[in-house]
Design a protein around this ligand. Structure first.
Ligand code: SAM
Length: 232
């Protein structure tokens, strides 16, 4: 089993500023990543399994469709694009709220587009049914994405496309926004026919002793009903 976090520096002040503070707000999160951007890769490469594991989960369901158009949600400095590129997926767009993180990603030149936007339940400047898949690593976290962004993600994925995302498992009970809300919301979307779950796997030691959880969902032909998009 991979131990992604055995070399994790638990005293890292920039990590402490960006994640793990229960009352952190999204503007503070963005500011923290803007400050962390230059050092982010140094603090993550080799010690954080999220980009590899989420990319592998999406690659598994996309199969031979190496031309698939993928959106990396909360792309940061582009670590998922590096993993997807190794797997021969080259059509990847980045979306992130931190321009400084995207600036680092842009230096690597691995994305087709760099979209600086805060993802919420509001309409993004992206057409319906655009992507074959969404990948996301570490963007569900304290003060990060809210539960109500899920319908908007479904809207921009093609019928039959996939959404794979990974987060700390402990966020399910430690983050007030997700506690007793995130998984019930995911189930509600399944029960109303917008998507169906392909997999839900716990990953041990994804960041230090912290376990991860990686989900993959398949968007149905029906997708997200227009009237539920903004009221979810
Ligand atoms: C832990 S970093 C992960 C970066 C990259 N995916 C990785 O695995 O290295 C989380 C990223 O999500 C972004 N983010 C958090 N909340 C967001 C939101 N609501 N909309 C867009 N980006 C967001 C942050 O700016 C940050 O770059």
């Amino acid at each position: 089993m991979a131990d992604w976090g055995s070399k994790l520096d638990k005293s890292n002040d920039k990590r402490k500023a960006a994640v793990g503070r229960p009352d952190i707000t999204l503007p503070e999160v963005i500011q923290a990543y803007d400050t962390w951007a230059e050092d982010y890769d140094k603090d993550h490469v080799g010690v954080f399994g999220g980009p590899f594991l989420s990319s592998a989960a999406l690659a598994k369901v996309l199969g031979d469709n190496r031309d698939a158009l993928i959106l990396d949600l909360g792309a940061g400095t582009g670590l998922c694009a590096e993993e997807l590129s190794k797997l021969s997926f080259k059509n990847v767009d980045a979306i992130d709220a931190s321009q400084k993180m995207l600036d680092i990603a842009a230096q690597k030149g691995l994305y087709r587009k760099y979209i600086c936007a805060i993802v919420t339940n509001e309409r993004l400047d992206i057409e319906d049914d655009t992507y074959d898949g969404i990948v996301s690593s570490g963007a569900f976290n304290w003060g990060h994405l809210k539960v109500n962004c899920l319908p908007e993600l479904i809207r921009i994925v093609k019928p039959g496309g996939y959404i794979s995302f990974i987060m700390r498992e402990e966020c399910l009970w430690k983050v007030p926004e997700y506690k007793d809300r995130l998984e019930p919301a995911m189930l509600e979307l399944q029960n109303t026919g917008a998507w169906e779950r392909v997999s839900r796997d716990i990953v041990l030691n994804y960041l230090g002793e912290i376990n991860g959880i990686v989900y993959t969902y398949r968007v149905t032909a029906q997708g997200m009903p227009e009237e539920r998009l903004r009221s979810f």
